[in-house]
Design a protein around this ligand. Structure first.
Ligand code: PGA
Length: 254
């Protein structure tokens, strides 16, 4: 079974709505006919305008986070149905910046995954170890715990809607990318754990993305690895021409 390929941009807290729509207009012709899925996780305020401008293009718009409740007294939060109505087709969940700066736990991420699936928003679940954990030889165990806690009890038939992103925390925004060998080994490890949860066959259909300082000049060697099915790109997704180059690398090498 061939897995789908993805180039996912994560803008983080960058770009106003006006900047977002200009970007989409520039990116759209550059990724026309790209064989990889081109996703952009944009700030909440840009979801509706970006979705409007991305209509009839190759670009799919999503969010960077959401709350797990359907609605309620949660000041400052956004619910999945609100995202959906604004045009979001997917959301990142459990990004390391959410885990570290906003103290999101695996248990909270698990609830969000369930809610997203229920409301038909595709979850991109992020996992990854810190440098300290890697140095102590705990990277594999950290990933196992995160994946088991975030994706346990997900019905098998829902599993194929999920994307997993392996993002070593030490590689995010640091310019330090994992070597293709490290990334491949960790992706294979993730796939093994997905196999334990959902069965080997299903695990082989789930795309696993690599994230952490991905750039046009390192993406080809990463995507060439057997278990790397795409990339999650922060800084280098902020410029449409750079992100388009990355997206085109994602359709090659397989
Ligand atoms: P980076 O961010 O590409 O800037 O390292 C990746 C991410 O946070 O998803």
């Amino acid at each position: 079974m061939t897995r789908q390929l993805y180039a996912v941009g994560n803008w983080k807290m960058y770009k106003t709505s006006r900047e977002a729509t200009q970007y989409i207009e520039e990116l759209a012709p550059l990724v026309e006919n790209c064989r990889a899925h081109v996703y952009l996780a944009v700030p909440y305020t840009s979801i509706a305008p970006a979705s409007h401008y991305a209509k009839d293009t190759q670009i799919v718009i999503g969010a960077q986070n959401m709350h797990d409740a359907r609605e309620g007294a949660f000041t400052g939060e956004v619910a999945s149905l609100m995202l959906k109505e604004a045009g979001a087709k997917f959301t990142l969940l459990g990004h390391s910046e959410r885990r570290q700066q906003f103290r999101e736990t695996d248990a909270a991420i698990h609830k969000k995954v369930l809610r997203a699936l229920q409301d038909d928003i595709q979850p991109i679940v992020c996992v990854g170890e810190t440098w300290q954990e890697r140095e102590k030889g705990q990277a594999e165990e950290v990933l196992r715990n995160q994946i088991m806690a975030c994706l346990g009890e997900i019905p098998k038939e829902e599993a194929e809607k999920i994307l997993l992103a392996y993002e070593p925390v030490w590689a995010i925004g640091t310019g330090k990318t994992a070597t293709p060998e490290i990334a491949q080994a960790m992706h294979a490890h993730c796939r093994e754990i997905l196999g334990e949860l959902f069965g080997k066959r299903k695990a082989n259909t789930i795309s696993i993305l690599y994230g952490g300082s991905v750039k046009p000049d390192n993406v080809a060697e990463l995507i060439a690895e057997k278990d790397i099915d795409g990339v999650l790109v922060g800084g280098a997704s902020l410029d449409p021409a750079t992100f388009a180059k990355i997206a085109h690398h994602c359709e090659k090498g397989k």
